[in-house]
Design a binder for this molecule. Structure first.
Ligand code: SF4
Length: 309
């Protein structure tokens, strides 16, 4: 969960997850739908899918015990260089070098490596390996990552509280604010879409399972149009899942994603009786039962904004 996501956001997800599946054996019996439900809102859903695949493999091939051999770990879905080093050092106290964004920043600053972190990958990796202790690596790995998160922070480093400040070359050379150099800003795409909220008299809504082979595969959402550029004037209501007097509800809402600003227009239709669609990926679900379905964030926000959940 902590790959790509911060501790603050992850904590409540982790607590619920670990209460539901306290060990590998119980996790291995979960369905992908359940995992996605518990992952809902955390993003990067392939992490959840891979975790389930890995739990099943460990359950069968390793009798439910996480292996500590590097090659065994690297053969598991979703476990790469960072996760294998974190598992080997933190869980097994092996000599393995953990390099996350925090570690990279601490090393770049301490050794005054100017430029972007990306440009110094080789040097950072060599220095990180050099610094990894032979003993007590479980504590060291966690300590250096925490040190980066709490003291040598991305924007405001607490140099006055820093216990290694006497050796820090960036501090000596007055370069703390310049290192690391900022990443090149990505220009976000401005897109628009329409979402279709069909509600029947028994308070059921029409949702659909995503089919495309991308990160949100198998998640559920309101029927929606394609996402098009905001300067395209196409009438998106024409992409409703069935014909009817769809009415635009309220103002258009802007939703911000990491690479996209999405302007959504929501169309509502009250139907009686329910219209059954030939496409079996569509399903009417009572609002009370919606919590059983892993919903994409945009759909969840629209349902909240319309006081439906
Ligand atoms: S002195 Fe400041 S910049 Fe240097 S390692 Fe400590 S917190 Fe980071």
């Amino acid at each position: 969960m902590l790959q790509q996501t911060g501790v603050k956001i992850v904590t409540p997800y982790f607590e619920k997850f670990i209460a539901k599946w306290p060990d590998i054996k119980s996790l291995a019996k979960a369905s992908e739908n359940e995992i996605l439900k518990y992952w809902q809102g955390l993003g990067y859903y392939s992490r959840g899918r891979n975790l389930l695949k890995t739990a099943k493999i460990i359950d069968i091939d390793y009798n439910g015990i996480v292996p500590n051999d590097l090659d065994d770990l690297l053969s598991l879905p979703g476990i790469g260089e960072y996760a294998s080093a974190a598992i080997r050092s933190i869980a097994f106290d092996k000599k393995a070098t953990v390099i996350d964004g925090n570690v990279k920043r601490v090393i770049a600053r301490f050794f005054a490596l100017s430029g972007r972190l990306k440009d110094n990958e080789k040097d950072i990796s060599a220095l990180a390996k050099y610094l990894t202790p032979n003993k007590g690596n479980a504590n060291y790995s966690q300590a250096i990552m925490e040190f980066g998160a709490l003291i040598c922070k991305p924007r405001q480093s607490n140099c006055s509280d820093c216990i290694i400040s006497h050796g820090c070359l960036s501090l000596k050379q007055g370069l703390v604010l310049e290192i690391p150099e900022a990443k090149i800003q990505i220009n976000k795409k401005n897109l628009r879409c329409a979402s279709f909220l069909a509600v029947d008299k028994n308070n059921s809504v029409l949702i659909t399972k995503r089919k495309n082979e991308n990160l949100l595969k198998d998640m559920w959402q309101l029927p929606s149009s394609e996402w098009i550029n905001q300067d395209n004037n196409k009438m998106l209501v024409s992409e409703a899942p069935f014909k009817g007097k769809w009415t635009e509800k309220g103002k258009k809402t802007n939703y911000k994603f990491s690479h996209i600003n999405l302007l959504n227009e929501t169309y509502i239709l009250n139907v009686s009786p329910k219209i059954n669609l030939c496409d079996k990926s569509f399903k009417w679900v009572s609002i009370k039962s919606l919590h059983k379905y892993p919903l994409v964030t945009l759909t969840k926000k629209i349902l909240i904004d319309n006081n439906l959940i």
